[in-house]
Write a protein that binds this ligand. Structure first.
Ligand SMILES: Nc1ncnc2c1ncn2[C@@H]1O[C@H](COP(=O)(O)OP(=O)(O)OP(=O)(O)O)[C@@H](O)[C@H]1O
Ligand SMILES: [Mg+2]
Length: 255
């Protein structure tokens, strides 16, 4: 039951089913997501863990409004999701390889600026926003002039995060966003995400194979297995006493 004083969740999934392939209404296809319900509040991170192929990325795409649903509903900030173009700038994604988000031929400043161009923001305003955002992610202004190939992996991921955040989205999916970074850089980027969330208040879905990273960043944890949630719990409770046998098995792999 929801308390009316609590703000509307940014993302509200109700019995969402996603089927790949198959005939009418996905009949006979493969159910990658099976009747999942999930709410993510502003300023909160849900960590989504589970083995490869369990449906995590598919569910992330659902939360971004990118995935056609076979059934169920997805609401965004209390409203029906509507047309994707009307949500422009309100949702973002950070992927495992920043190369996928950054055009190698564009200077980093331009890559960060681009979403604002698409939103139609005047050039004068854009420049100030980009400089402030680069500073926000811990890069000095000189990075704006560099190309992605002239940066370290961690620096590139910071640029990708700056690009994801520049429009001040209300919700961000991080899909294996720190998985390709080595451990010390991972910790820096996780800290950065936490800081930025405290400052900007976006809701987030943090998808990862890595339970330790997920623990550090998440308020709640959802464990996915073959398209279903086997456990959803407050992070503190989950890491103390995971209830589902599959969750315990996952936990055993990091101890
Ligand atoms: N476009 C598609 N068409 C058909 N099947 C797909 C498609 N995308 C994903 N699948 C299948 O749906 C299932 C879930 O895929 P998904 O990418 O969501 O898993 P995941 O949990 O993100 O895995 P990983 O941890 O390896 O990234 C997999 O069995 C996958 O093969
Ligand atoms: Mg995936």
């Amino acid at each position: 039951m929801r308390d009316s004083a609590i703000p509307a969740p940014v993302v509200d999934l109700d019995r969402v089913v996603v089927t790949y392939g198959g005939g009418l209404f996905g009949r006979g296809g493969f159910q990658a997501v099976k009747a999942i319900s999930l709410q993510i509040a502003p300023g909160q991170t849900v960590g989504l863990v589970g083995e490869s192929g369990s449906g995590k990325t598919t569910l992330g795409r659902v939360c971004l409004g990118l995935q056609p649903l076979s059934s169920g509903t997805m609401r965004f900030c209390g409203e029906a999701f509507g047309a994707l173009r009307q949500r422009r700038g309100q949702l973002s994604v950070v992927l495992q390889h920043p190369e996928w988000a950054l055009n190698p031929r564009l200077r980093c400043g331009r890559s960060v600026e681009e979403p604002l161009v698409i939103l139609g923001m005047p050039a004068k305003e854009r420049r100030g926003r980009v400089a402030a955002m680069l500073e926000n992610v811990g890069l000095d202004a000189g990075f704006a002039e560099r190309f992605p190939g002239q940066l370290s992996g961690g620096q590139r991921q910071r640029v990708a995060i700056a690009r994801a955040l520049i429009t001040e989205p209300r919700f961000i999916v991080f899909d294996e966003a720190v998985s390709a970074l080595d451990v010390s850089v991972q910790a820096q980027v996780l800290n950065l995400i936490r800081e930025l969330q405290d400052r900007h208040g976006f809701g987030a879905l943090f998808i990862s194979h890595d339970l330790a990273a997920t623990r550090y960043i998440s308020h709640r944890i959802a464990v996915m297995y073959q398209g279903e949630f086997v456990e959803v719990a407050e992070a503190a409770r989950f890491y103390g006493t995971p209830e589902h046998p599959y969750s315990r098995k996952l936990m055993a792999t990091i101890e």
